[in-house]
Design a protein around this ligand. Structure first.
Ligand code: ADP
Ligand code: AMP
Length: 215
């Protein structure tokens, strides 16, 4: 299963990707997680990327395209992958297409999660993320069993620097301007499944699985 999860920040891509990795036994490739790891490690790429991330903008295409091209070559992508947060521009989508063609692989599906802007702000301001495994929780919609400790791996939770209201609004605008054209891009290629992301997490999950299993 070779999938893209498309949708604005806070739509639930990471949350659903974690479920899909278990069901299909394929890796989640989150460019946001990879970039945050590079920032944490203080690599040259991380130092450069941090400026864009803190401002709520996009990291330059050539950087993320290079990351994904290398990551797709890894052995664990042999049975497929879930791209979460990539592509985010038409140029990235074109570059992905080229990389997959060279590897003689094809995307199976692109799932677009649709969520209202105000719900996105509420989700992102209440998001708490595990430092170790990257799983997202929500203070209200997906609470932890034990305050500050990840249910999945026991890691510590933190609030992302870019999950502040001002930066969130900038990220939503960037999505509208630069990423939302991908909905038409993938609709035109016949790969798109559009899903109502406003439902509770478990219902979105059930619907996504039934659509994938039917297609
Ligand atoms: P994305 O990866 O698309 O940016 P996340 O999966 O991290 O989004 O989800 C953003 C926040 O919204 C998290 O705090 C998550 O727990 C919460 N969330 C995800 N899906 C839903 C949903 N269907 N209903 C309510 N909250 C959700
Ligand atoms: P995410 O974890 O997907 O919300 O991404 C966090 C931040 O990382 C984004 O706001 C961007 O600054 C950067 N980023 C992640 N993925 C990409 C991408 N595909 N293209 C450009 N920037 C990205």
């Amino acid at each position: 299963m070779k999938l893209i999860l498309l949708g604005p920040p806070g739509a639930g891509k990471g949350t659903q990707a974690k479920m899909l990795t278990e069901v299909f036994q394929i890796p989640q490739i989150s460019t946001g997680d990879i970039l945050r790891a590079a920032v944490k490690d203080g690599t040259a790429m991380g130092i450069k990327a941090k400026e864009y991330m803190d401002a709520g903008g996009l990291v330059p295409d050539e950087v993320v395209v290079g990351i994904v091209r290398d990551r797709l070559q890894a052995d664990d992508c042999g049975n497929g992958f879930i791209l979460d947060g990539f592509p985010r521009t038409v140029a990235q989508a074109d570059a992905l297409q080229l990389s997959l063609q060279k590897m003689k692989k094809e995307l199976d599906r692109v799932i677009s999660l649709d969520v209202d802007a105000e719900a996105l702000v509420e989700r992102l301001t209440g998001r708490r993320t595990c430092k170790e495994c990257g799983r997202s929780y929500h203070v209200q919609f997906d609470p932890l069993s034990q305050e500050g400790v990840c249910d999945a791996c026991g890691g510590a939770l933190f609030q992302r620097d870019d999950d502040q209201e001002e930066t969130i609004r900038k990220r939503l605008q960037v999505y509208a301007d630069q990423t939302s054209p991908l909905i038409k891009y993938y609709r035109d290629s016949g790969l798109l499944i559009e899903l109502d992301g406003m439902q509770p997490i478990t219902l979105v999950q059930e619907k996504m699985l039934s659509l994938l299993q039917a297609s």
